[in-house]
Design a protein around this ligand. Structure first.
Ligand SMILES: *Cc1c(COP(=O)(O)O)cnc(C)c1O
Length: 426
């Protein structure tokens, strides 16, 4: 019987196999082969960048189970509950001090939509108070990815992913990716765009552009971009949906540049990757801009599952793990292990641009020409990895590893050995 499911980012016409996973723990997924025989797959990409401490982490699962006996779901407009209150307090304690307000939503894309709406709300209120027209232009970085809803696509890179929807996407201003040696061009472009009277906000992925191909840039450039925004009063939105929760070696990537954003987007690892939840944290002036005794000026955003209590309980367990366990030490050990393997493979003539930031390690398959995301080698590589029970999903000709922090040296060695073998087939 064929499945009725329409999968994301999947061309069903290619009839590629879609493995069924029965259960998971740590870095392992349990599935079955064609004969029904049990197989174990190493999840080397944290199930699309979300799983931080490992699948079915006992503390997170226990917190979810406990919460299900108390409160499942609650309207969050005008009502509140303990798991959300505890989470907001917990986030305030570990996130930058000036980010005083926590707005809940349910995915990375929505946290970005919320951030953009907050920024425009801020400028609308400012214009009303000071006179003049509200700023509305959003500045973005080339090769960025911020999600797949219309607003999030608008501020992301344009390409094969969203060409069809182009007529619906709003206009943004773009700065180039600060490639090595071309950083000044990025800073100059930002300076020019921030000087325009309609410049409202810059949104970017700090230190590493994920979906754009794991493109890394230095903390010094991030710090300079932040300073340019501050000098022009342009809001600085950090989309740390992928980079937060230790991914880049620190709790937030922004930390490495000593940068504090005006608005911060968090999702993926917020619940340890167990259940969907997102927050958009904002500084006091952004909250204050929406503060009034007029209902017509409130922040008009909500979704049914805003601050779902079970998801908040999972996030609270994640915060407890961060408080009580040596998470950053695990990240550092993982980083060191991957650095060695990357160094060894990077010298191999089939690869270009070995690069690493914290737990993320990437390299490009050398080629005459790259066809970008639709590079024909990507599906062949995916099949190769699938056959060898390793979950790796190349981005075009970029192969990367982004494992859960609990992955064992043995499992990680298998992943890197398999990558080494894969290039011979690609
Ligand atoms: C994954 C991602 C998003 C979108 O998050 P979803 O939960 O998939 O909507 C946004 N920004 C960045 C940087 C991401 O990596």
């Amino acid at each position: 019987m064929t499945s009725a499911i329409w999968h994301p980012f999947t061309q069903h016409g290619l009839r590629e196999p879609i493995p069924l996973v029965e259960r998971a723990e740590g870095a392992l997924l349990h599935t079955r082969g064609e004969e029904g025989e049990p197989r174990t797959v190493i999840d080397a990409i944290s199930s699309w960048w979300v799983t931080t401490h490992g699948h079915c982490h006992p503390r997170i699962m226990a917190a979810i189970a406990e919460q299900t006996t108390k409160l499942d779901q609650l309207i969050f407009a005008g009502w509140t509950h303990e798991p959300a209150e505890q989470l907001a307090t917990g986030l305030r304690a570990i996130m930058p001090e000036s980010l005083t307000r926590v707005f809940f939503s349910d995915s990375g894309s929505t946290s970005v939509e919320v951030a953009l709406k907050m920024a425009l709300g801020y400028w609308a209120a400012r214009a009303e108070k000071d006179g003049g027209t509200p700023r509305h232009k959003i500045i973005v970085m080339e090769h960025s990815y911020h999600g797949d809803t219309i607003g999030a696509m608008s501020v992301g890179a344009r390409g094969v992913f969203n060409r069809t929807y182009e007529p619906l996407l709003f206009d943004v201003a773009r700065i180039p990716y600060p490639a090595a040696g071309a950083e000044q061009a990025t800073l100059d472009a930002l300076e020019a765009l921030c000087s325009a009277p309609d410049a409202a906000a810059l949104i970017l992925e700090p230190l590493i552009l994920g979906s754009g191909g794991m493109l890394i840039y230095p903390p010094s450039v991030l710090a300079e971009m932040r300073a340019i925004c501050a000098a022009h009063g342009v809001l600085f939105i950090a989309d740390e949906v992928m980079t937060a929760w230790g991914r880049t070696g620190t709790l937030l990537a922004c930390e490495q540049a000593g940068v504090v954003p005006d608005i911060l987007c968090l999702s993926k690892g917020l619940t340890g990757g167990a259940v969907p939840l997102a927050v958009t944290m904002a500084s006091e002036p952004i909250f204050e801009a929406h503060w009034s005794n007029d209902r017509a000026r409130m922040f008009f955003h909500s979704s049914s599952y805003t601050a779902n209590p079970i998801a908040c309980a999972a996030a609270n367990a994640n915060l407890a793990i961060w408080r009580e366990e040596p998470v950053l030490e695990r990240v550092a050990a993982l980083t060191a292990f991957q650095a060695e393997r990357l160094d060894a493979l990077g010298r191999y003539c089939h690869f270009d641009h070995p690069r690493q930031l914290g737990t993320i390690a990437a390299l490009d398959l050398r080629s005459m020409e790259s066809a970008g995301y639709l590079d024909s080698r990507a599906p062949r590589l995916m099949a190769f990895f699938r056959e060898r029970d390793v979950l790796v999903r190349p981005l075009g000709n970029t192969v990367y590893v982004m494992p859960p922090y609990c992955i064992t040296p043995g499992q990680l060695a298998t992943v890197w050995d398999t990558i080494g073998e894969a290039v011979i087939t690609a």
